[in-house]
Design a protein. Structure first.
Length: 276
């Protein structure tokens, strides 16, 4: 075990951006540098990301530091973390992060209730090893975690919340995916107090359908903050009361809109809601 104090949060802003939102513009070191400059010009002072293609962590940090951009938690896939535990611990320490997020469980753990339980066991195993070094493993949800299993009547989200080790595993819930799964965003934020310091934010828009029954075939889309159906004033105020440290914008799909325009819309809306 590395002899060091627990990593402290060093984020400089309550508004951050998950780089997946602009993923098509981060495939080379040159593109990533230009993208980070654009994001900084929009106003973003923090990003959530992981290893940068074609760059060492030293080179990556030099670019971030030169632009005045900090990190809001690290990110990687669960098998990658498990396969290079020492390397990812070093990465988190180097960037001053006490949390590393997995975007979802691998497909082999998402088939049914039994495989989800195997995934939970793996998260606990990896999370406990990370916690020895002052780092939490964080789970990020999608709508599928809210499906109900016929055998027990339980949902994957309930299993993950109840059966992961609270001393080692935290959550970065996603507002869109909670709503898309038919759940109450405010309820899940509230119940996660003490196990969540960051929140993924994007809106959910219900759009027109040409089907005969719009109630049955309703279409749900990703939307920029404030352009959908979610109660943002309530979400932000609740998050503030519970000590959420940062709101991480993530836009999976922007349809016909330029992704940089999309993340700027979300940034400006969050600023109007009082975040910095």
């Amino acid at each position: 075990m590395i002899d060091r104090q627990e990593v402290k949060d060093v984020s400089m802003t309550k508004i951050s951006l998950q780089l997946y939102s602009v993923r098509e513009h981060t495939q080379t070191p040159e593109d990533l540098k230009e993208t980070l400059k654009k994001l900084r010009n929009i106003g973003y002072q923090a990003i959530q990301g992981g290893r940068a293609a074609g760059m060492t962590k030293e080179e990556y940090k030099e670019v971030l530091d030169s632009l005045g951009i900090s990190m809001t938690s690290y990110a990687a896939d669960l098998p990658e973390i498990a396969g290079d535990l020492k390397g990812y611990i070093e990465d988190c320490h180097y960037f001053g992060q006490d949390e590393i997020m997995i975007g979802c469980l691998p497909a082999e753990y998402r088939r049914d209730e039994d495989t989800y339980r195997q995934g939970i066991a793996k998260m606990n195993e990896v999370g406990r090893e990370l916690k020895k070094e002052g780092i939490y493993l964080s789970f990020h949800n999608h709508a599928q975690e809210f499906r109900r299993f016929a055998k027990s009547g339980r949902r994957a989200a309930d299993m993950i919340f109840e059966e992961t080790d609270p001393q080692a595993v935290r959550f970065i819930w996603d507002t869109h995916w909670i709503a898309a799964g038919g759940e109450d965003v405010l309820e899940w934020i509230r119940k996660s107090q003490g196990r969540m310091q960051y929140l993924h934010v994007k809106d959910l828009r219900v759009t027109y359908s040409a089907m005969a029954s719009d109630t049955e075939y309703v279409r749900k889309e990703w939307a920029e903050i404030g352009e959908g159906n979610l109660p943002w004033e309530q979400i932000i105020r609740l998050g503030e009361s519970l000590g959420i440290k940062a709101y991480i914008v993530e836009q999976d799909q922007t349809y016909e809109r330029d992704p940089f325009d999309a993340v700027e819309i979300s940034y400006k809306k969050l600023r109007k809601l009082g975040l910095k």
